[in-house]
Design a protein around this ligand. Structure first.
Ligand code: UD1
Length: 361
């Protein structure tokens, strides 16, 4: 194909998704990559590049951490300059982070067609930063690649200007591709895997303390790899001494270690959208520490149950045990988020978009 694409990303889950998108896109176009540097710690960035074989980005903005508006503004300014020098035919962004929003705004201001991968997810939780990001990006994009039929329906109901297509979830492509590198099972079924990183938990002492207490009630060892933000929150709120004895804190895991731990855990307890789906695909029961989830299909089939953080003490232990017992009854519909060929479908839709054929249905 004539032309070139710019693939923009900046956080750990985006590097994972970029790994499969980049390969599929390079089959058709010349692709330049931009890493905003929103995530910069070794475990959240460099380790992922190495494990997934992602080439170094053509441009690294190094925006780092900042208040959300400043971070988004730095991403937008850096991306605008990148787009002026690279002049891509289209820009591809992923997900709902501040990097996604900043890159999308830059593309829109420069008049470059925008493709949003993982479009159409919706939540109603007040103040959820990701919700603002994805709604704005969905309005700006010319092509909206939805990970599920429900996400595509939500987009169609909003009557947005962009073309909507259901591609499936590129995170599933990544999991299928890399699972074989994750090593043999270890300590299967003997521990719970927990992750916590969202603003709703890390900026609320009561919520974080409630979740820690509830993890202490779980009747098995809990492995808790700590996002740097959660680590800082534990220190800031003076909660390190409240970490229960059955909870083992570790540094953030690489992607391969993380998917191996999801596979081997008896149950996953998380506020991460990525882990909810990985648990689902790997048939590990999940408890989500939120009052809602964008990944509703996992709830509908019984694979995932919601427990709001403040309700967790006295509840999480029982729900986690129920989830373990119900595992056999769960209908693990394998293709709720596609069949592992989402990146290919994104490429086909981008070809159609650039050919003027709209981008899918
Ligand atoms: C971001 C995304 C979130 C996504 C998550 C994936 C937004 C609004 N949030 O959350 O949707 O699920 O990435 O992991 O974009 N920090 C470090 N080292 C790093 C990166 C961050 O120490 O490499 C610390 C800093 O104190 C920083 C804080 O973590 O202020 C939050 O980082 P940020 O990138 O703003 O948000 P995440 O919580 O990582």
């Amino acid at each position: 194909m004539n032309g070139s694409l710019a693939l923009c990303f900046g956080t750990r889950p985006q590097v994972i998704k970029a790994s499969v998108l980049l390969e599929a896109m390079r089959g058709c176009w010349s692709v330049t990559t931009l890493d905003t540097g929103q995530h910069y710690d070794f475990e959240l960035n460099e380790l992922l590049y190495r494990q997934l074989g992602v080439p170094r980005p053509d441009r690294f903005l190094g925006v780092g951490s900042a208040e959300p508006a400043e971070q988004t503004a730095a991403v937008m300014t850096g991306t605008a300059e990148f787009l002026r020098s690279e002049r891509p035919t289209a820009v591809v962004v992923i997900g709902d982070t501040n990097s996604t929003l900043g890159c999308a705004l830059a593309a829109s201001k420069q008049g470059v067609p925008l493709v949003h991968v993982e479009a159409g997810l919706r939540a109603s939780e007040a103040g959820l930063p990701e919700e603002t990001n994805r709604r704005v990006v969905d309005v700006l994009a010319q092509l909206l690649c939805a990970p599920s039929h429900a996400a595509a329906e939500a987009l169609r109901a909003e009557n947005l200007p962009g073309s909507v297509t259901t591609t499936g979830d590129v995170a599933r492509d990544a999991l299928l591709r890399h699972m074989k590198l994750a090593g043999p099972p270890e300590n299967q079924g003997s521990f719970a895997l927990a992750t916590l990183h969202r603003a709703a938990l890390t900026s609320d002492r009561d919520a974080l303390q409630a979740v820690l207490a509830a993890l202490g009630e779980v009747s098995m060892p809990v492995l808790l790899p700590l996002h740097p933000r959660t680590n800082q929150a534990l220190e800031r709120f003076d909660l390190k001494s409240r970490v229960p004895v059955n909870v083992r804190l570790t540094a953030p895991m690489g992607y391969l270690e993380s998917i191996a731990a999801v596979r081997d855990a008896a149950v996953v307890i998380t506020d991460s959208g990525g882990l909810q789906r990985e648990a689902y695909w790997l048939h590990t029961p999940c408890v989500t520490l939120r009052s809602e989830t964008e990944w509703r299909e996992t709830i509908e089939c019984g694979a995932n149950v919601l427990v709001p953080p403040l309700d967790a003490p006295g509840t999480l232990r029982r729900v986690a045990a129920d989830q373990l017992h119900r595992r056999q009854e769960t209908l693990w519909a394998p293709d709720a988020y596609g069949d592992g060929r989402a990146a290919e479908r994104v490429v086909t839709a981008v070809v159609d978009l650039l050919d003027g054929r709209g981008g899918g249905g």
